[in-house]
Design a protein around this ligand. Structure first.
Ligand code: UDP
Length: 481
């Protein structure tokens, strides 16, 4: 019987990253049944419920198991920094327990490699502990464009001396569509911030410690970028594998599921705009009002996942507040739009909604998972970036791939109701919609091709697995000497 190749994987305490790496592991072991993965999850307070249901849905025969590290108390993290920074600090604080866990597991079932989420890159250092000496790979849930930016950061940092948002010229990231400084990720907003410092350090770690990169993207949209990254790395043998689109495929146990599918079943094909801002995106009160009135004004059908407003765009990223979001809607809105729309509270079965034939558009915050899910289901987008690298994704979608429309924000950072109504009508029934729908159909087909048995992403993932199995053979030869 063939020997098992054991690897470890580490994610970060954020549902979308955990879901993505779990799905990646499922695919890897499907192609290489002799690989066994142990996923290790740092935790803030307690694991996200959506992650727990994903883990529970894994068949017991799947060779992917998991461990939650002792939780970091959210109250003990600095409260005056963005959730993304809190998450990274929690990962840092989890490194001692991660190291102890990895060493302990390794002593009974030796690992050959570690796969780490980008934002758990400190774990690469642990993998290189002399007594472990593991190969260390990065699983990169966002786009190859974002990876290219991170790896190019040292050059950019030296080239640009002002704040990036004040830089007048377009910024050129290897293999990517040029972008303006104000569209760089939120970490780049203030060069003296802890966020920027964390990204600089992350970039150095990736360059010096990663033995390869697994990116959740696919050939048709980002092969050029992957090639440019390999050139930028300049080192042979630091491959960049495009293994996506990796999206959630688990069964859906969302309590809102039956209601919204029933509602969608009663709508015309392609007639509904789905409005959602990912697992934790929030709008401020003024924007909630404008959104409600803009959707109403558009006259188009909508299905809106509503959260209680907040002045911080990712306020619900580490858990939503216990208040009723419906109470923040403009007076009379729900009654007036009864036949026009459905408002769901906090969470919805997104992939189910996007794959429904009545869904014809997605107003999205452009999180990379949402972006890929929309592409896979062939749903054109209205791009409404909020935080992280979502502005870059919006540029890629609207200017690069041309499968979305981007509304204009006013000088106070609000999209007004008339603009919302205009862009919603534009996407759902406007002149541009035919071209956009044709292009997203082509991307949908290309995504499906990439995942076929002989598709580019399947080949890349298979090659990666083979590399792991060869490492195992190398270890055995070494052990046998
Ligand atoms: N999601 C969902 N229901 C919701 C909101 C989000 O199932 O109501 C899922 C969505 O399908 C996607 C993930 O959560 O897989 C969000 O990931 P993304 O990268 O788009 O955004 P993030 O949550 O990281 O901001």
């Amino acid at each position: 019987m063939a020997k098992i190749t054991h690897i470890a994987a580490i994610s970060i305490p954020a549902f979308s990253h955990q879901a993505s790496i779990l799905e990646f592991c499922k695919r890897l072991v499907h192609l290489h049944p002799n690989i066994h993965v142990t996923c290790i999850f740092p935790t803030i307070d307690s694991p996200p419920p959506a992650t727990i249901s994903l883990l529970q849905s894994l068949p017991s025969s799947t060779p992917v198991d998991h461990i939650f590290l002792p939780p970091i108390n959210k109250q003990d993290l600095p409260q005056d920094v963005p959730p993304a920074v809190q998450i990274q600090l929690a990962v840092s604080q989890s490194m001692p327990s991660f190291r102890a866990t990895l060493h302990q597991l390794h002593s009974t079932t030796p690992f050959v490699a570690l796969v780490a989420d980008t934002f758990a890159s400190e774990a690469l250092q642990v993998a290189k502990d002399i007594s472990l000496n593991l190969s260390a790979y990065i699983y990169f849930p966002p786009s190859a464009m974002t990876l290219s930016l991170f790896l190019h950061l040292k050059t950019l940092h030296n080239q640009v001396s002002c704040e990036y948002r004040d830089h007048k010229e377009l910024i050129r990231i290897p293999g990517c569509i040029p972008i303006y400084g104000h569209d760089l990720p939120e970490h780049f907003r203030d060069r003296s911030s802890i966020s920027y410092d964390l990204i600089l350090r992350l970039s150095k770690r990736l360059l010096s410690l990663a033995d390869g990169f697994l990116v959740n993207s696919f050939s048709k949209i980002e092969r050029v970028t992957a090639i440019a990254i390999e050139e930028e790395l300049g080192k042979k043998n630091t491959p960049v594998y495009l293994v996506g689109p990796i999206i959630q495929t688990g069964p859906n146990s969302d309590p809102n599921g039956p209601e919204c599918v029933r509602w969608l079943d009663n709508q015309r094909p392609n007639s509904v705009l789905y409005v959602s801002f990912g697992s934790g995106g929030t709008l401020c009160q003024e924007q909630v009002n404008e959104m409600a009135l803009g959707l109403e004004l558009s006259g188009q059908k909508f299905l809106w996942v509503l959260r209680a407003p907040s002045d911080s765009a990712n306020a619900a990223y580490l858990g939503a507040e216990n208040v009723d979001p419906l109470s923040f809607l403009p007076r009379g809105f729900l009654e007036r739009t009864k036949g026009q729309g459905l408002v769901l509270v906090n969470w919805a079965p997104q992939t189910q909604i996007l794959s429904h034939s009545s869904t014809g558009g997605f107003l999205t915050h452009c999180g990379w998972n949402s972006t890929l899910e929309s592409i896979v289901m062939g749903v054109p987008m209205i791009t409404w970036p909020l935080f992280a690298e979502q502005r870059m994704n919006a540029v890629l979608l609207t200017e690069g791939l041309k499968v979305g429309l981007r509304p204009k924000f006013n000088s106070n950072g609000i999209v007004e109701r008339d603009e919302i109504a205009m862009v919603v009508k534009g996407l759902m029934v406007g002149e541009e919609t035919n071209g956009i729908r044709q292009r997203i159909r082509e991307l949908k087909d290309a995504a499906a091709d990439a995942l076929k048995e002989d598709g580019s992403s399947t080949r890349d993932l298979f090659q990666f697995g083979t590399r792991l199995e060869n490492l195992k053979r190398g270890h055995q030869t070494f052990d046998g000497l």
